[in-house]
Design a protein around this ligand. Structure first.
Ligand SMILES: [Zn+2]
Ligand SMILES: [Zn+2]
Length: 348
């Protein structure tokens, strides 16, 4: 089968090539891939700047497809099921984090598309526990974005505990910022998306998907906007999805007393100065949100079933597997918000 393989560590070293089809042994489910999203992590793997990627490996961990075979130990998933899958392939199973199903925090986790062959291929195998059958009304295109949506669910619902009426500020209008914005709207929040002038197209996407206000911080003063919208109280919850420390500090500045700031972005320099005295004097809850876990997937699929969140709205660029470089280039340049690799769009 055809696949896009990261063959060696370092910059690029990626190849569109033939590899053997995986087999559905044990508790594994074999999935024919329909769509595979291109994630920031894949771009880091391309650049060689993501340490978790263990070549040779097929990239891709955001996907949907149809089950074509199941291993002898598989109990519920059937051939023909429309599915997506969590990225967890293996965990230690015995640590406290595994026991509470916080697989995102298991120190011995192996993930699809980083250590285990991923979805930029015609087929992949995933363990049954990670596979989710799709609600009938959810398209395979939207379903391929369940992973970033689940990251948004983890951040907004499980970490941020967003309630109806909360005023939320989302820093960053990329794919994750868009998912966070959509999930916060689905919970009845007022959502302000903060970005830069180059985010013009992304702002349009966010507004179309329900955001209340977008702020180009190179043109407008975000603090003024937020204070005006909150009677000078400040935002209830802020979500840092841009990976920029100045954005985190701005969040600490505009969140209300006892408000919550959730960090999802990964900072290039991990030792930059954070405005810590604000956390103290205003009793801000500063919390990290790392990827997603099984409960986030269940909730993400519920939101898609209800139709309150429609991830495919952010899929602005689709390309076939052999043209994967186009998708990567366009995402690296920032031209598109979310590129999707199409493996088989005849699957329904
Ligand atoms: Zn991802
Ligand atoms: Zn564990």
């Amino acid at each position: 089968m055809k696949a896009v393989v990261k063959t060696e560590v370092g910059y690029d070293h990626m190849e569109y090539m033939d590899i053997p089809e995986p087999e559905a042994t044990g508790d594994l489910v074999k999935i024919k891939i329909a769509y595979s999203g291109i994630c920031g992590t894949d771009l880091h793997a391309f650049k060689g700047s993501y340490g978790s990627t263990k070549p040779p490996v097929v990239l891709g961990h955001e996907f949907s497809g149809i089950v074509t075979a199941v291993g002898p130990e598989v109990k519920k998933i059937k051939v023909g099921d429309r599915v997506t899958s969590e990225t967890t392939f293996k965990t230690c199973g015995v640590c406290p984090m595994c026991k509470s199903k916080d697989y995102n925090l298991c120190g011995n986790r192996q993930g699809i598309g980083t250590q285990i062959n991923g979805s930029m291929a015609e087929y992949l195998v995933s363990r049954e526990e990670s596979v989710h059958v799709l609600p009938e009304n959810v398209s395979l295109l939207s379903a391929s974005l369940t992973e970033p949506l689940a990251c948004g669910v983890h951040s907004v619902i499980e970490k941020g505990n967003v309630q109806p009426g909360d005023v939320c500020v989302v820093f960053g209008a990329g794919a994750i910022g868009q998912m966070v914005s959509q999930v916060a709207k689905s919970q009845g929040a007022t959502v302000i998306v903060a970005g830069l002038t180059r985010d013009e197209e992304r702002f349009k996407l966010a507004m179309e998907a329900g955001a209340d206000r977008c702020v180009d911080q190179q043109v407008e003063d975000l603090k003024e906007v937020v204070m005006e919208m909150t009677d000078n109280v400040g935002a209830d919850k802020c979500f840092e999805c841009s990976g920029a420390v100045p954005a985190l500090n701005k969040a600490l500045e505009i969140v209300r007393r006892k408000g919550t700031v959730v960090q999802m972005g990964v900072f290039a320099n991990t030792h930059e100065t954070i405005w810590t005295d604000l956390i103290l004097h205003r009793e801000i809850v500063y919390v990290g949100s790392r990827s997603q876990k099984p409960s986030s997937w269940v909730k993400a699929l519920e939101l898609m079933k209800e139709g309150t969140v429609v991830p495919e709205k952010i899929a602005t660029y689709l390309c076939p597997l052999e043209n994967w470089r186009d998708g990567f280039d366009k995402m690296i340049s920032g031209e598109v918000t979310k590129g999707i690799i199409v493996l088989d769009d005849t699957l329904k």
